[in-house]
Design a protein around this ligand. Structure first.
Ligand SMILES: NC(=O)c1ccc[n+]([C@@H]2O[C@H](COP(=O)([O-])OP(=O)(O)OC[C@H]3O[C@@H](n4cnc5c(N)ncnc54)[C@H](O)[C@@H]3O)[C@@H](O)[C@H]2O)c1
Length: 539
């Protein structure tokens, strides 16, 4: 099917037959009612069923109220509300759905329940009816396995809240027919949502792509590199793509979702990929989940949310810009600090920044002995290894993260890290210098890849592996991640913007330094980086 691409990059089928569908929705909980709303708004006739008495009626009431609120805001007129409502009908038997083109289930997340429901539905529907599952963690193939006609079964994975999250994964299982996928694409094409075709693999596309951000952040904290709050501040304030930054730090995000949901997802995707090290969860998450520190829903997670504070993070919350735990407190002194800049090809502008902030460029490492420091800008290396390998004086060496240009206008935070031998005075001199223009400074412990390098490289690494495994088309990976996870760019676009070679270099260095296969770069990234190609190039 042909697609056109809107300015947001969302592809929509242009040759989809314009027709109304008869849609059944089974399960009228959080997801089912949202799916019913979106389908009725798109012009389909919707039959809604729930096993619990009154549940479907309550769902229709909730949807009507949502439409009425839209009407109050002038985004729907009264006729639309009435027309939408006329297309939404509660039914009290599955047999009432016999004429449906597509039935979407959004019942409890249990394989036996979904298999048994599809078994019941197969007894009452015709051969043409498609059975779609909104499962988020079960295999579509496993749900279809108990059906007489598994070719008619596919995944149609919506995100919560359905009316606002305008993306849906259309998932083909091992036995799903091409016609089934075509028909589901046509159905999604009638709605406000963009559909991306995805292979039936653990986490499908969006939940799979989301592994890099939080898992690597937990890993860095587990290594003692920085606190939760410092990592959040760095990811929110230091990361800048053309499309913006991350709205929430990884631990703020985990608190929002709840560790009761996120920790089992982390563990299940890891296990389902047969202990793939890239997805290895952290013991920190397991312990905090066991302690009931789920996040906002329990009043305490990585931050505290006292009811009297209106649900806002209390003490222990993220540091305000310019006031991080490790921030420099003093401005650069009167005497310019001597700085020997060991900048390589990836850190242009560092000498200019040092001068602009009031430092004096030293001619050699020896020239910094009097209150100065040696400034390095490693990619993927830790400061200690980098200094040792180049014969630099570790006591006076300080590293600065240059993945996002620390000299650019609008820079809100810079990250520094010492070697394990750096003299506190040298570190303090560096922290003071880099805060001299009012930009916040985070001081980390020595780390392979600071915070931004290791987290962003892991996001790109996971995204490129999704492309390599042909789970989805490259452009769809980026589209779905932007829409589904709210990232400022998709993983492939992030890699392109920062340079595939730099990402490759970061991963190779972390891999070499740690020996951990988690960081091994995959073929998709390596081949495109070495040939100077975009990560969006398919083959
Ligand atoms: N909540 C989310 O954020 C989210 C996101 C994506 C996918 N999902 C998936 O969507 C599905 C539904 O999730 P939810 O959050 O809407 O759950 P929910 O608990 O809010 O609603 C489930 C509804 O299904 C009904 N039900 C249960 N078994 C039934 C059966 N055999 N026949 C008919 N009705 C039955 C229940 O009475 C309930 O009203 C699950 O598979 C879940 O994994 C959830």
């Amino acid at each position: 099917m042909e697609h056109d691409t809107s300015p947001s990059g969302i592809s929509r089928p242009v040759s989809a037959p314009v027709r109304n569908f008869q849609v059944g929705v089974v399960g009228a909980g959080v997801m089912g009612r949202g799916i019913a709303q979106v389908m009725a708004q798109a012009g389909s006739s919707v039959l809604l069923f729930d096993a619990a008495p009154q549940a479907a009626g309550r769902a229709v009431d909730a949807v009507r109220q949502a439409w009425e609120r839209l009407a109050e805001k002038g985004r729907l007129d009264a006729d639309d509300v009435a027309a939408n409502l006329s297309r939404l009908t509660v039914v009290d038997t599955l047999a009432a759905m016999s004429q449906c083109d597509v039935i979407i289930e959004a019942i409890v997340e249990r394989l036996d329940a979904k298999q048994s429901l599809f078994g019941e539905l197969e007894k009452v529907v015709g051969a043409e009816t498609i059975l779609a599952t909104n499962t988020s963690s079960l295999s579509v193939a496993a749900i279809a396995a108990a059906c007489q006609h598994p070719g008619r079964v596919a995944g149609l994975h919506f995100f919560n809240p359905v009316p606002l999250m305008r993306i849906v994964e259309i998932i083909g299982g091992a036995r799903t027919s091409a016609q089934t996928l075509q028909k589901l694409k046509a159905l999604v094409g009638t709605t406000s949502h963009a559909g991306v075709e995805v292979q039936d693999t653990p986490g499908f596309l969006i939940n799979h792509a989301g592994r890099g951000y939080t898992t690597e952040a937990l890993r860095a904290v587990q290594e003692g590199v920085a606190s939760f709050a410092e990592v959040d501040a760095i990811m929110r304030e230091q990361v800048r793509f053309t499309g913006g930054g991350f709205r929430l730090g990884p631990f703020e995000l985990l608190d929002l979702t709840g560790l009761d949901v996120s920790q089992p997802v982390m563990e299940s995707i890891y296990r389902q990929f047969y202990d793939e090290p890239r997805f290895r969860p952290s013991v920190i998450g397991a312990q905090r989940a066991a302690a009931g520190l789920y996040g906002r829903k329990t009043g305490e997670g990585f931050y505290r949310y006292p009811a009297e504070a209106g649900g806002k993070a209390a003490a222990g919350g993220p540091p305000a810009s310019g006031a991080s735990a490790g921030s420099a407190s003093a401005a650069a002194g009167q005497v310019p600090v001597p700085v020997f800049v060991v900048a390589e090809d990836h850190a242009p502008g560092l000498s200019d920044l040092v001068r602009r902030l009031g430092g004096r460029l030293a001619a050699s490492a020896a020239d910094t002995a009097d209150g100065g420091f040696v400034l390095i800008a490693p990619l993927g290396d830790d400061a200690s290894s980098y200094a040792a390998q180049r014969g630099l004086p570790a006591q006076r060496t300080v590293a600065i993260d240059t993945l996002f240009d620390p000299a650019q206008a609008g820079c809100r935070r810079r990250s520094l890290m010492p070697t394990v031998a750096t003299d506190p005075a040298a570190l303090q001199a560096a922290a003071a210098l880099f805060a001299a223009d009012g930009v916040a400074v985070s001081v980390l412990r020595d780390s392979t890849g600071f915070i931004t390098q290791r987290i962003v490289a892991m996001i790109v690494s996971v995204g490129t592996e999704i492309a390599q495994q042909r789970i989805a088309k490259p452009a769809d990976i980026d589209l779905a991640v932007r829409a589904g996870l709210g990232y400022p760019a998709g993983p492939l676009g992030m890699g392109d913007e920062l340079g595939p070679r730099r990402i490759l270099r970061i991963l190779e260095a972390i891999h070499a330094n740690t020996g951990d296969p988690r960081y091994r770069p995959g073929a998709w990234l390596r081949r495109r980086a070495l040939l100077d190609l975009s990560l969006l190039v398919d083959d």
